[in-house]
Design a protein around this ligand. Structure first.
Ligand code: T4K
Length: 405
């Protein structure tokens, strides 16, 4: 017997398709006994912070895993980016995409600089490097590539560009931990790469991040800025911070690093399920991680074409939320439309047409340790049904806008 819409969709009163709210984000929690053992060690040693043994172990393991000379852990990626800019002695303006988490651009504000926003590629969502030439002027001192969605923004081409224009190059690689380009880990490109180890990322220190570089001098500067009062070889710096990572954070990160291969594989398997389940839906396009040969599949990103799908991205989000599927709209609004950047001359709709369109049409679905195949099947089922019944749903929801929350 065919179900009525009221019996099928939670937004109209049916039982939600998922039993509990399921967030976007990796949110991996290692088994309790391993966590307990790690924390017992911290209590036995009576040592909480400041370059403790777990932090040292983590940094050594990261250096070997990522194939970089220096991996310096910090309290979060935002601070990592601020420290990177200071260590490279950037000034004036830095070219970067507006289509990123606001922290990427805020790191420049904290360093007393301004972004020059670059539009993105419509297929991949990565920064459109064809546009870089037009954005360089005498005030630009660097380029910040953002490696998005478990993909990369063509770091090899960016290195060539930066060299030819005598610019510093660094990467916000918050989404790219464990990704590879033809056998080379994403980590050692440009002058510096910065990773996020936030709980929502595939390598998780609860909060945390890591600055990677092969340059000894930059590493010395970063190590002196990080802990308020210098460290390792003292070098001449004018600003310091406290962006240390604690032993508790390092303990979780070590467990997460140990489990990285399993978690990455789980993501890849789930991503394949999404590819199958979402492949033939009019008006929905799944964005595959681009520019890498190994991805961490940290995000499942879809673009919704309202005219073809029959519902707007935001209506679909409300339908999914009622089903306990807490899809997100990263990044909305684009950074150029956020307070602090509204007057930026590079951030107009005319200059960022693709960014504008993608900010209005893109959403992320749950993937990671809290999601299993059955969840993915159910999520695909409800997205498919939403599109199939889009006309009736749109008409019903137009009469009762309060159902959209
Ligand atoms: N560059 C890029 C490109 C980035 O995406 C980010 C961060 C950065 C730089 C800066 O990195 P960090 O300085 O943060 O290291 C999240 C994260 O806070 C942020 O790290 C991330 N990107 C951004 C894209 O997303 P929110 O505020 O949208 O996520 P939040 O905290 O609401 O968590 C997502 C969902 O997970 C919620 O439904 C709640 C749930 N949740 C969350 C946590 C932390 C849990 O169930 N348990 C948890 O422990 O920002």
């Amino acid at each position: 017997m065919n179900k009525s819409l009221e019996e099928r969709f939670a937004v109209l009163g049916a039982r939600p398709i998922l039993d509990k709210p399921t967030p976007v984000g990796q949110l991996y929690f290692p088994e309790w006994d391993r966590y307990e053992t790690a924390f017992r060690g911290i209590f036995q040693r009576q040592y909480y912070a400041n370059n403790g043994p777990l932090l040292t172990e983590l940094e050594e393991k990261l250096e070997s895993f990522l194939g970089v000379k220096h991996a310096m852990c910090v309290s979060n990626a935002t601070f990592g980016l601020i420290i990177a800019a200071e260590a490279m002695r950037l000034s004036g303006k830095v070219i970067m995409p507006s289509f990123t988490f606001i922290a990427s651009a805020q790191s420049l504000s904290w360093a007393g600089m301004e972004p020059v926003f670059c539009d993105i590629d419509p297929q991949t969502h990565q920064m459109d490097i064809k546009r870089l030439d037009d954005l360089v002027d005498e005030h630009v001192s660097g380029v910040m590539g953002v490696n998005l969605w478990g993909g990369a923004c063509n770091p090899v081409a960016l290195e060539e560009f930066a060299r030819s224009r005598d610019l510093k190059l660094y990467f916000d690689s918050a989404h790219a931990f464990g990704c590879e380009i033809e056998g080379t880990p994403v980590a050692g490109f440009g002058n510096i790469e910065v990773f996020s180890f936030h709980a929502t990322k595939i390598l998780n220190a609860t909060e945390g991040g890591c600055i990677c570089t092969d340059d000894d001098e930059l590493a010395d500067r970063c190590r002196n800025i990080r802990p308020s009062y210098g460290d390792h070889k003292a070098v001449n710096i004018t600003k310091v911070a406290n962006a240390r990572m604690s032993e508790a954070q390092a303990a979780i990160a070590l467990l997460s690093l140990e489990d990285f291969p399993r978690n990455r594989q789980n993501n890849e398997d789930l991503f394949c399920e999404y590819e199958k389940g979402l492949s033939n839906i009019p008006g929905l396009r799944l964005i595959r991680p681009a520019g890498v040969t190994v991805s961490n599949y940290q995000y499942v990103v879809c673009e919704i074409d309202e005219a073809e799908f029959g519902l707007s991205r935001d209506t679909l989000l409300a339908i999914l939320k009622a089903e306990n599927i807490n899809a997100r709209r990263y990044f909305y609004p684009g950074t150029h439309r956020c307070v602090g950047f509204l007057d930026n001359p590079s951030g107009t709709a005319e200059r960022l047409p693709v960014t504008e369109r993608v900010c209005a049409s893109c959403l992320q679905l749950p993937i990671g340790a809290r999601v299993d195949r059955r969840n993915v099947e159910k999520i695909c089922e409800i997205v498919t049904a939403s599109q199939r019944h889009s006309a009736e749903l749109a008409a019903l929801l137009a009469k009762k806008p309060e159902l959209l929350g």
